[in-house]
Design a protein around this ligand. Structure first.
Ligand code: GTP
Length: 398
């Protein structure tokens, strides 16, 4: 029989046992939970599958780009080549010596028929009246002009009579007389040297289309090849593209172009370009002008103003008149008008490569009393050369 004392003792033991069991269960359970949490925290992050199936290609529909997208999986950073930063390339213009040799050959090619024609006629065994008439016609056809032709024929007649005939003799006499006619005593040097505090200023004038802008560009190259510091003035505000054209010429040889608004005042641009030249301590400022020949008074007003405005800050050292050699008598008439409105100091004969009428050199010098200083012999950037009478005549006779 259980005594009350025994019952109390049993109950106490049972209670202790229950408490111990609960405590053990609690401790084991908590430890399990903590370990499980830690394990989960230590697991690596979920990775993508090693290969992903490319989606089936789908034809692009309206509004989608039909080309392969730029960011396809095959494009990696390594295949993308970065472009080299492009530095502006400045050209080195051809030296004077190089261009003279090359252009002499071109001159000989274009003018050969004049020289060879004359030589063939003069070398005839019998120089009768008909032969002399043919010589005259050849000279007139080559634009030598009537008065210089008669002068030359007269001298040739006398010398051939006195000194005798024969091919070698004829060549020598013709060479001497032609050189004399082109007048080697004229000063053909270009005034392009800086003075004490000022750059030299060259104004380039002439009828539109004769090659003024091209000549300014080519002349800049001649001067850069001589290590001169050049500034260009785009005072041809009449033809919209002229300033761009000039700037392009300048950029090719690292020369600055001063320009103004389209249709702006040419005199103010000419002034600004000279001011820029003074500031930069340039050797020479080349000013391109518009060539429209509206009326003589209009032309006089415009060119006169350009010159006067420049002269507020610097002297104008050269006024170069550009004449297109292919325009013959017409070109001469236009040149006369220009020389009446402004004091021309030198002539530039362009497009001599495009005509066999090199006699224009003689005619135009006679007509205007001004020396040909430069000749244009092609559209290439270095196709401009100083004019040399002996070289010119030798090229005719080669
Ligand atoms: N074959 C040849 N073409 C030339 C020569 N000089 C200039 N030209 C060409 O003649 C054309 C007219 O030249 P430009 O320099 O634009 O003439 P521009 O006198 O400035 O004309 P405007 O600005 O309208 O007054 C261009 O196509 C030139 O390439 C040359 O010596 N030989």
């Amino acid at each position: 029989m259980l005594t009350p004392k025994l019952v109390t003792l049993l109950t106490d033991q049972a209670l202790i046992t229950i408490v111990v069991v609960i405590a053990v269960v609690l401790v084991v359970g908590t430890t399990g939970l903590v370990v499980a949490r830690r394990r989960r925290a230590e697991l690596p992050p979920a990775t993508k599958p090693a290969s992903v199936e490319a989606p089936e290609s789908v034809e692009p529909t309206v509004g989608e780009d039909a080309e392969e997208p730029r960011d396809t999986p095959t494009r990696t950073l390594e295949d993308t080549e970065l472009p080299e930063p492009s530095a502006p390339t400045v050209e080195k213009p051809e030296s004077a010596q190089g261009r003279l040799v090359r252009l002499r050959a071109r001159l000989a090619r274009s003018q050969g028929s004049l020289g060879k024609g004359l030589l063939a006629l003069l070398s005839r065994d019998k120089l009768d009246e008909e032969a002399w008439e043919d010589i005259e016609t050849t000279l007139i056809t080559a634009d030598v002009g009537v008065a210089p032709t008669q002068e030359l024929v007269e001298k040739l007649r006398t010398r051939m009579r006195v000194e005798g005939v024969g091919a070698a003799q004829a060549r020598q006499i013709l060479r001497e007389e032609l050189v004399d006619l082109v007048n080697p005593s004229l000063d053909r040097s270009l005034k392009v040297s800086r003075k004490e505090t000022q750059p030299a200023v060259v104004l380039v004038v002439g009828v539109n289309g004769t090659g003024k802008t091209t000549t300014v560009g080519k002349l800049a190259r001649v001067l850069v090849a001589e290590d001169k510091h050049v500034v260009l003035g785009a005072a041809d505000t009449f033809r919209a593209a002229a300033a761009d054209q000039l700037q392009t010429w300048g950029e090719r040889v690292g020369v600055r172009t001063v320009r103004g608004p389209e249709g702006g005042d040419p005199a103010s641009i000419a002034f600004d370009s000279v001011k820029q030249g003074i500031e930069e301590e340039a050797d020479v400022v080349l000013v391109d002008t518009a060539g429209r020949l509206h009326t003589k008074t209009g032309l006089m007003d415009e060119l006169g103003k350009v010159k006067r405005v420049i002269e507020k800050s610097a002297e104008v050292d050269e006024v170069l008149l550009v004449i297109d050699a292919t325009t013959g008598q017409n070109g001469l008439t236009q040149a006369r008008v220009f020389s009446e409105v402004i004091d021309v100091t030198g002539l530039v004969l362009t497009k001599l490569d495009g005509t066999a009428k090199g006699g224009i050199v003689i005619a135009v010098q006679r007509e205007l009393g001004v020396p040909v200083k430069l000749v244009g012999l092609g559209e290439g950037p270095d196709d401009l050369a100083p004019f040399d009478p002996e070289e010119f005549v030798d090229a005719l006779l080669d």
